[in-house]
Design a protein around this ligand. Structure first.
Ligand SMILES: CCCCC/C=C\CCC/C=C/CC(=O)SCCNC(=O)CCNC(=O)[C@H](O)C(C)(C)COP(=O)(O)OP(=O)(O)OC[C@H]1O[C@@H](n2cnc3c(N)ncnc32)[C@H](O)[C@@H]1OP(=O)(O)O
Length: 341
């Protein structure tokens, strides 16, 4: 078998992957007996893409490419989340220079993954919104485990517009009508719904089954001449990569302008302060009533959970420019946001 022959040549990799699998590493790489690299993403808590994480992903892809490993499976070490997409900390009040470097890194990683010469598959073993969905879509095959998890492009709900290259990728994977509906409405798909529109290729019982199914896909190429596979993939994917290569600066500037827009920042701060750990009023610099208002909404959401309509509260902060700041312990101030569960 072709893959077995390749693995023999690269058996030594098992001992060489350690440098990418130290305790500090956010990506654990293991090369299995068939010579397939399994990348377990393990950046707590939700594999969100920070600059450092993207750089590590970039190095990991180089490792797979440079060692002529035939195939790679991307999965998550966490039981409930594949990836939460962009790290909100990179988006909230970004420094222009850093954000542009961040986005340039992201473009690079995407081009490496999408244009990889090796076979790529994603074993999606948990939630996969926005950038998490893009990462999976950039692979050649997607298997998602059944359960209450969802996958999709929820950028508009965050006030963001997905980059053109991501839209093109989705349009080339599912039909244009489904893509437009999904992008504009921020629709999240259950595994069954995702399979129906071909956003994913298979559903698995659990992570092991998802990896086994990805491997079954990879095995199909045992019977195919490697150069024919690679050149065909490059012919199909090359134009999209070239297009981004020619428009990288405009793409970065467009995203930066979008991210610093006040409406996007309001959503970003809500996401950030929704975390009980980071919900610390002392972090707020200066007194912006709207910011305090949104932060309080996030605090109330944490306290009251499903009883409290956090997003509605945040929207009201924006609408009334922070004139009515909710106090979680004052029923009158939060009653408009309490639902009737
Ligand atoms: C090939 C290259 C790939 C890179 C491509 C990347 C991007 C391409 C461009 C496309 C544009 C994308 C835009 C985005 O990605 S914007 C980000 C969108 N993401 C979200 O909206 C997800 C928000 N999070 C959630 O919905 C949930 O957290 C969850 C992922 C469904 C997990 O839910 P649950 O298990 O209930 O966990 P919690 O909600 O309690 O969260 C735990 C923990 O994680 C923190 N967190 C969650 N999401 C993010 C995030 N995106 N960034 C940073 N931190 C996040 C959350 O605050 C909690 O923190 P604490 O434990 O401290 O409370």
């Amino acid at each position: 078998m072709l893959l077995r022959r390749v693995y023999k040549q690269h058996r030594w990799l098992a001992s060489h992957v350690k440098f990418l699998s130290t305790q500090k590493s956010s990506i654990d790489i293991k090369v299995d007996n068939d010579g397939i690299a399994i990348l377990n993403l393990q950046r707590p808590p939700v594999n969100s893409f920070s600059m450092d994480f993207l750089k590590e992903l970039s190095k990991s892809l180089d490792f797979v490419e440079n060692n002529k490993i035939t195939a790679m499976i991307l999965t998550s070490a966490f039981p409930r989340v594949f990836s939460a997409g962009l790290d909100i900390n990179e988006v909230y009040k970004p420094d222009a220079v850093r954000f542009k470097e961040f986005w340039t890194t992201l473009q690079e990683v995407w081009m490496k993954l999408f244009g990889a010469r090796f076979i790529t598959a994603a074993a999606i073993n948990g939630q996969s919104p926005a950038g998490g969905c893009l990462m999976a879509m950039s692979c050649e095959y997607r298997v998602m485990i059944k359960g209450t998890f969802t996958i999709g492009m929820n950028e508009t709900s965050l006030g963001l517009i997905a980059p053109t290259w991501f839209m093109e990728l989705v349009k080339n994977t599912i039909n244009v009508r489904d893509a437009e509906y999904a992008f504009t409405t921020s629709r999240m798909f259950t595994p069954e719904e995702a399979l129906k529109v071909r956003l994913i290729d298979e559903i698995a019982a659990d992570k092991d089954d998802a990896i086994a199914k990805c491997k079954r896909f990879i095995k199909k190429f045992d019977e195919i001449t490697p150069s024919a596979r690679i050149n065909t993939k490059m012919k199909l994917r090359g134009p999209a990569i070239k297009k981004l290569q020619n428009t990288r600066q405009e793409d970065t500037e467009e995203i930066y302008q979008l991210v610093i827009h006040p409406d996007t920042q309001k959503v970003a701060i809500f996401q950030l302060y929704s975390s009980p750990v980071s919900a610390n009023p002392a972090i707020i610099t200066g007194y912006d009533p709207m910011e305090v208002c949104i932060e309080n909404c996030a605090q109330c959401k944490k306290m009251l959970g499903a009883w409290f309509e956090g997003q509605l509260c945040a929207e009201s902060c924006i609408k009334y420019r922070g004139k009515m700041i909710p106090d979680c312990e004052n029923y009158a101030s939060i009653s408009p946001f309490l639902n009737k569960l």
